[in-house]
Design a protein around this ligand. Structure first.
Ligand SMILES: [Zn+2]
Length: 78
């Protein structure tokens, strides 16, 4: 079982799946639900600069997501 990202406890149990089929877990210690390998990833500096350039060229978020392999929700938080 994965470690809870909130409290680092390993008292986690499987808790169904999310919409895209990924396994969801729940922490017994703090009650937090989470997905292993959360889709929210750190965008490296080079990619971030590329995103900035693409944004300036008025490419849609969907187009940028395809180009940079960064998901749209992550782009919106950039
Ligand atoms: Zn926890």
């Amino acid at each position: 079982m994965p470690v809870c990202p909130n409290c680092a406890s390993c008292q986690t149990v499987k808790n169904g799946r999310i919409h895209n089929g990924k396994q969801r877990f729940k922490c017994h210690e703090c009650g937090r639900q989470f997905v292993e390998h959360s889709p929210k990833k750190v965008i490296d500096l080079g990619t971030r600069e590329l995103i900035d350039q693409l944004l300036l060229s008025r490419i849609s978020l969907a187009g940028i997501a395809r180009t940079t392999q960064v998901s749209e929700p992550d782009l919106k938080t950039t």
